[in-house]
Design a protein. Sequence first.
Length: 295
Amino acid sequence: MSASELPADHAELMDGVYRWQRHIYDLTRKYYLLGRDQMIVGLDVPANGRVLELGCGTGRNIALAARRYPDARLYGLDISAEMLETASKAIGPEGLSGRVVLARGDATDFDAKTLFGVERFDRIFVSYSLSMIPGWEKTVSAALAALAPGGSLHVVDFGQQEGLPNWFRTLLRGWLKKFHVTPRESLREVLESESRRTGASFCFRALYRGYAWLAVVKIAHSYLPLDGGGRAEGAGGGEVPGTPPRRYAPTLPIKGRVKRASAVPSSARRPSPAAGSRAWPASIPAAPPPVAPTG
């Protein structure tokens, strides 16, 4: 999707909301966008790994991930030109411009090859953006499709505040609505469904009594499409006659030492019912024309 094909209404909305707020965004959001640092620690990026953030906003998370994983290459996508300009300026002084590439695009429909010259990523993360993206379910599907074999998708966002008082939940929802933020009630179910569809593993945690939800979807090193019964073709009960399993090509060997980090603890699973335009170096301010910001 080229710049001219971006969803204009949403792009303009995000630019309008954050044209001025972007200057104080990181200072204010650290008090209520909880779980972001925990998610970044749990990325456990392999040496020389490629990491994409969808809805990179001010670049705060990318800069933090770049410092934690010094061998990684990082990529950021956002629909707001205003936010990308802030991200570019923030990352430059960090000395990360040689390892970070930013691009403007729609997180629900992006072409990573066109945007970044990269087709697959070892890690993709989305921080407090799905709650702002119209058609956010498409972002989940697009992210999983852009993962390399053995890669993982990491999501942190507002939960349903299920363990908190009703008055707090009502107050929070009213405040978030002012910024066009809607916590996704079906987030867990969608992630579980996509995990089953792709034959991936799924881990989920409710943080701070449900204030935030943290999830990881890790795809297998080789991909098996699912049959109509929800089983991987060629697994459990025999292969589907006449349909050889389709697999991703194996990943290329990566030289170097794998940097270890503390993995995000997993919780018990719960049964569930059944793009872009040009990319520019991070050190160069994004020029208008002008996804959603993260914390």
